[in-house]
Write a protein that binds this ligand. Sequence first.
Ligand code: PEP
Ligand code: MG
Length: 325
Amino acid sequence: IKDRLILPPERPAATQDGTPIELLANVNGPDDVIAALRAGAGGVGLFRTEYLFLAHHDFPDEDEQYEHYRRVVENAQGKPVTIRALDLGGDKSVPFLGQRHEANPALGWRSIRLVTEHARIFERQIRAILRAAAHGKVNLLFPMITHLEELKVLNRLVGDAIADLDRQGIPRGAHIKCGVMIEVPAAAIMIDAILRETEFISIGSNDLIQYLVAADRDNPKVAHLCDPLHPAVFRVIRSIIEACQRTGVPLTVCGEMAGQPRAALALLGLGARRFSMSPAFVPTIKTLLSSVSLAQAERFAHHVLQLKTSREIRAYLSDRLREVS
Ligand code: PEP
Ligand code: MG
């Protein structure tokens, strides 16, 4: 791909035979959105809201959050923005949460698990997101869902926040959709039940991989085991995609593997049509996907599913990459 002409950002993403693909960006704040659109992203597939909290000495209040989220939505210029609810804790800890040292932070008190003790923080955030949604096309995404009950609690918070805003006469987005990140193996296994309770899903491949292979993605001694090309990763993702195809629930793959050429090729063949990645990878992936037909990618994915080791998959996809580049 290095030697190929990079496609202009305004050209819509599609396979060689014209299947439309959506390439979205993972962003951490308003400025990233500008860079993402410039790189040719069709919107924001994942806005990680925790960076605003990490930069604070205390919880940002509702108005401050609203202003921040509104800037992200406005910078997207009418393109869709998926805003993720707070994914703090674990490696991203802030002193004002009153977190204690944990021996296994990745398996610990993180993300939406904080909702039982800190419902007010989530209520405030959801209100701010709903208000920002009045300025564009906004989706709300819940990370780390493991139990269906967690999803029901969060959906109830959204319903209550909508009712409160309306009672107070505060403008809000009318068509916000709520989705679930599939990044815990238990959620991947229970995908059919989750799909009945949600409007879209996003595969959080970074965490899904670390939990599948039981290796801390932030521990340099074992992070190499978090290999997106592990055969188990493709099998799990295939079953999630198939469940989405059966039910018609839209799916995005976010996390680093969506922006990696070998993995993206296989994901396309497995049925993924929406990818969210760091803005810098958008041009390369757009060019790559435009150089492969859907039938070719499906053949590659079919073969990948027959292989038993990461090494074989890496070698096979490297050859295919050279073939289509
Ligand atoms: C993921 O887990 O794949 C993901 C996109 O979320 P984060 O990297 O912020 O945990
Ligand atoms: Mg994650």
